[in-house]
Design a protein around this ligand. Structure first.
Ligand code: PLP
Length: 397
């Protein structure tokens, strides 16, 4: 039987986006590993810690108690309330249970937010460097990304005047991400307030990706949700993935006014429905249980950050800002361009992978051309082993 001839295989929407750059690296590394290579992996953006015991126990109890059915789309009431409470207590926000939706990861919460708020042709301001998925999710919605550079010499800090200059009558939203993936930069509360107040006055949404909010080494965790007078234009995206070492469980959330959360719910009801019921019980234990695990991990990340900076400083030619948050460093490797046939950060990451067996992510996926991202959420011995290999690699380049 003849196959029907169709003009195209996939939708225009899918044609507008790419496979996540970080996932692409993970795939390439997996292929090498399958061939027996002993890799040091600085690529994956996830904690090396295991999920705390009390959280795992709550999930086991959920299974034993047959809490294994569909739940309400936005999540069980207790969880929505508990997330709102924890946010209020730790981050001085003012959200109720009905202003919270639990989603299958912060990524879905963000996807819901962008698809709900951004129309075809709308402009979305994105500071550079940015987390890989912002660009593609905006493009999937038909929006136009408007990039605003940050100043590396100033620790990748965002300048509110530059954000203001990027605003037009078509600007629909600004995506902020502090602590930042990939630079680790933390936006000061003053700068954040200035941008939020500006956006609020002009009726522009600020979507604040705060997945790393507790991993702030310079000061107290700060959420834009504390700027309650701008609540109408704020969407806070949070995640349990990094805070409680729960990446594989898939639990994130959005906080916003009730009509906006209801719109997210409408979209989610047509995709995943609720998040996983067992994960919801685990998440409830995470946000209501003891929080010392969060502090303990933060203390360990601080030591790892200091060590990676020390070791990078021993590699001639590499410069690196001291990041105040998340678990990434974003060294500038441009001094090596032109040496040994290397022309870009992508070339360096590829050669580091194949020749030194160290996994990093090239800056191109984050919107800059001169950097590679190193995740230091690894054991101290892996960190030292990987940096040792990098030192040897760069010395020979
Ligand atoms: C900035 C940022 N936002 C959101 C996410 C999504 O996290 P998850 O979907 O695991 O909650 C990540 C994960 O790496 C991230 O780095």
């Amino acid at each position: 039987m003849a196959t029907a001839v169709t003009g195209k295989m996939v939708s225009d929407r899918i044609g507008r986006i790419e496979l996540s750059a970080t996932l692409a690296v993970v795939n390439e590394a997996a292929q090498l590993r399958a061939k027996g290579a002993d890799l040091v992996d600085f690529g994956a953006g996830e904690p090396h810690f295991t999920t705390p015991r009390h959280i795992k126990d709550a999930a086991i109890a959920a299974i034993e108690n047959n809490f294994t059915k569909y739940t309400a789309v936005a999540g069980i009431k207790e969880l929505r309330q508990a997330i709102a409470n924890r946010h209020r207590e730790d981050l001085q926000s003012d959200y109720s249970a009905t202003e919270c939706i639990a989603s299958t990861g912060g990524k879905l919460a963000l996807f819901n937010a962008i698809q709900t708020l951004v129309d075809h042709g709308d402009e979305v301001i994105i500071p550079v460097p940015y987390w890989v998925s912002f660009k593609d999710i905006v493009q999937y919605a038909g929006g136009k990304c408007v990039y605003v550079d940050t100043d590396e010499a100033n620790g990748f800090q965002l300048d509110p005047a530059m954000v203001q200059r990027a605003m037009t009558s078509r600007t629909r939203a600004i995506i902020l991400n502090s602590p930042n993936n990939p630079s680790g930069a933390v936006t000061s509360p003053e700068v954040a307030r200035e941008i939020v107040e500006l956006a609020h006055r002009r009726g522009i949404y600020v979507i604040s990706d705060e997945c790393y909010v507790y991993l702030n080494y310079a000061g107290n965790p700060f959420s834009l949700g504390s700027i309650t007078k701008a609540k109408e234009h704020l969407v806070i995206i949070g995640s349990l993935s990094k805070t409680y070492a729960m990446t594989g469980w898939r639990m994130g959330y959005a906080l916003a006014t009730e009509p906006i959360v209801n719109a997210f719910q409408k979209l989610q009801s047509q995709s995943t429905s609720s998040s996983n019921s067992i994960t919801q019980k685990a998440a409830l234990a995470a946000v209501t249980g003891p929080q010392d695990c969060v502090q303990q991990m933060k203390t360990d990340y601080t030591k790892l950050r200091d060590r990676v900076l020390q070791l990078l400083a021993e590699i001639p030619g590499i410069t690196c800002n001291k990041p105040d948050g998340a678990f990434y460093v974003y060294p500038n490797v441009s001094k090596f361009f032109g040496r040994g046939g290397v022309r870009s950060a992508a070339d360096i990451a590829k050669r580091l992978l194949h020749e030194a067996h160290v996994v990093t992510v090239p800056g191109e996926g984050f919107g800059t051309r001169e950097h590679i991202r190193i995740s230091y959420a690894v054991t101290m011995s892996d960190l030292e082993r990987g940096l040792g290999r990098m030192k040897t690699f760069f010395a020979k380049l």
